[in-house]
Design a protein around this ligand. Structure first.
Ligand code: G3P
Length: 221
C-alpha cells in the first residue's frame, strides 16, 4: 500500500474563504478523485463556526485549536466533545499564532486521544519536533515563524530544517508549512522527506481555489 500524504489547509482568520466557501468546498470535492489517486488526504481547517459547513459536505475537517477543559461549568473554551458530534475529525494544536505551554499540550493531547480525535501539532523548529515526537500524535507540522504568510517558501529557504525535522520526527508523519505557494514548493518538501504540507495564505487568498489546489496536488505526483 502506498504511504499516505497530506495537504492541510488552514484558513486562519482570512475573510476570503468565509465569503467564498461554496467555491472552496466545490474545489475540494471536485479534486477528491485526483487526490485519492495520489494518496493525498485533503484536510480543511476553517474558523470554528465554518467547520460544520465543510464537515457536513463530507470534507475532512479539523478545527484550529481546542482546549482541555472538561464538560460542565466553564465558558468560552473550545470543548473537544463538540468535534465528533459535528463530524470534525481533529485539530491543529500549538500553531505559531496560538502557542501553548508544554503541559497544556500534553493535557490536550491526552483529552483528544481519549475521544479518538486526530492532532496536528505544530513546531517552530527541528528541536521542538524532537520534543513532540514522544507524544502519541498523528502529525507534526514544522513551520519557521518568520516565513509564515510570506512569499519565500520553507522548501526553498530552509531545506535543512525539513530534513532535520524528518529525522527528528521518529516516524510521525512530518508536514511542513510557511510560504508554500505552488507545486514546486510541495515537490521540494516531499523530496526532502516531508509527508505533506500545511498551507494558509497560498490558498486562502487565491483567486481560483480549484486551480491552486490542483497545482499543489501536482507537486505530489
Ligand atoms: O498553518 C499554516 C501556516 O502557518 C502557513 O501559512 O500563509 O505561510 O501558508 P502560510
Amino acid at each position: 500500500m502506498n504511504i499516505m500524504r497530506y495537504l492541510i489547509i488552514n484558513l486562519k482568520q482570512y475573510i476570503e474563504p468565509i465569503e467564498r466557501k461554496d467555491e472552496l468546498k466545490n474545489a475540494i470535492q471536485s479534486l477528491e478523485e485526483y487526490s485519492k489517486k495520489l494518496n493525498v488526504e485533503i484536510i480543511i481547517v476553517p474558523q470554528f463556526l465554518e467547520a460544520n459547513f465543510y464537515a457536513w459536505h463530507n470534507c475532512k475537517t479539523f478545527v484550529q485549536h481546542v482546549d482541555f477543559e472538561e464538560p460542565g461549568k466553564g465558558t468560552g473554551y473550545m470543548l473537544p466533545e463538540t468535534l465528533p458530534v459535528n463530524k470534525v475529525e481533529g485539530t491543529l494544536l500549538n500553531h505559531s499564532e496560538h502557542r501553548l505551554k508544554f503541559d497544556v499540550i500534553e493535557k490536550t493531547v491526552e483529552r483528544l486521544k481519549k475521544l479518538n480525535l486526530r492532532v496536528c501539532l505544530c513546531a517552530k523548529n527541528s528541536l521542538e519536533v524532537k520534543k513532540f515526537n514522544k507524544l502519541n500524535i498523528d502529525f507534526i507540522a514544522v513551520e519557521p515563524p518568520k516565513l509564515i504568510g510570506g512569499d519565500i517558501s520553507v522548501s526553498s529557504a530552509k531545506p535543512q530544517l525539513i530534513s532535520n525535522s524528518v529525522k527528528n520526527s521518529n516516524n510521525i508523519p512530518l508536514l511542513v508549512g510557511a510560504g508554500i505557494k505552488n507545486k514546486d514548493d510541495v515537490k521540494k518538501a516531499i523530496e526532502l522527506g516531508a509527508k505533506g504540507i500545511l498551507i494558509a495564505s497560498g490558498i486562502a487568498k487565491s483567486e481560483n481555489y480549484y486551480e491552486t489546489i490542483k497545482d499543489l496536488l501536482e507537486g505530489f505526483e
